[in-house]
Design a protein around this ligand. Structure first.
Ligand SMILES: [Zn+2]
Length: 260
């Protein structure tokens, strides 16, 4: 069984056919889905989507792109309260995106720090988005979590080796998306090959980042996760089923730790 650890199938691109999308994924072996929150404004929609589907779980959090919008950038207390109220199994996605810089960096960092505080206070795992921000992500985690108590995942990993190894040392998981299948991703594949399978997750980040060989699909969907699973299996010299089982066990342990 494959666990799709990060997707946005509660969003408008899937409004017309989400159930068919889920069915196609189940048909290729996906047994659990995590829909990941990106804003306070849409937190209830994301949680409702999970409530309506027994194999879907949800998180609550504010993506760095939304951190400067009105009503976003919640306090740690607000995040924990909302997560409890909505039955979220984790916090995020949050973090730093210095690629698009849709929010000022200082606001992104404050928002990220609040999520780290909330995750530590609640023991919920944190879904971390880090894009072109390896050093700043490591610095903030070192500063906000000096005891290394945070559990969570570096999602849609596309950073450098140093960030990946930093995450694994801290007990964070590293999640690979369709980026792993792209022609340009030789160095990312080298990193994925060198990390222990016990530290990895797989995801699509749908509707974004369709993998090869279906990269032309403008709307990615969870069924396409099989291509990332296959790539990871090839890199580690194991079967796709082994990758599916180990990454599912990693995900279950992550979520259970938060529910303790
Ligand atoms: Zn995402």
């Amino acid at each position: 069984m494959i666990t799709e650890s990060h997707c946005h199938i509660d969003t408008p691109p899937f409004a017309a056919d989400a159930d068919a999308v889920l069915e196609r994924a189940r048909a290729v072996g996906v047994g659990a889905f995590l829909v990941v929150g990106t804003a306070m404004a849409t937190a209830r929609r994301t949680a409702d989507f999970a409530r309506w589907h027994p194999d879907v779980l949800a998180t609550v959090g504010v993506h760095p792109h939304h951190a400067a919008e009105p009503g976003e950038n919640p306090s740690p207390e607000t995040l924990v309260t909302l997560a409890n109220e909505l039955g979220a199994v984790g916090l995020g996605e949050t973090g730093l995106d210095f690629n698009r810089n849709r929010s000022p960096r200082a606001v992104q960092e404050l928002n990220f720090r609040h999520h780290v505080v909330a995750a530590l206070a609640s023991s919920l795992p944190l879904v971390i988005h880090s894009r072109d921000a390896d050093d700043a992500t490591m610095a903030l985690l070192d500063e906000a979590d000096p005891g290394r108590n945070l559990s969570g995942v570096l999602h849609c990993f596309d950073g450098g080796r140093k960030l990946a190894e930093f995450g694994v040392e801290r007990g964070l998981l590293v999640s690979f998306s369709g980026i792993l299948t792209y022609g340009r991703s030789d160095s990312l594949r080298d990193i994925a090959r060198s990390l222990p399978l016990s530290s990895l997750l797989v995801e699509t980040d749908a509707p974004y980042l369709s993998p090869e060989p279906v990269r032309k699909q403008r709307r990615n969907e969870p069924a396409n996760i099989v291509h990332t699973v296959a790539m990871l299996a090839e890199l580690h010299g194991v079967t796709a089923n082994t990758v599916a089982d180990i990454t599912t066990a990693n995900f279950d342990a992550l979520i259970k730790a938060g529910l303790r």
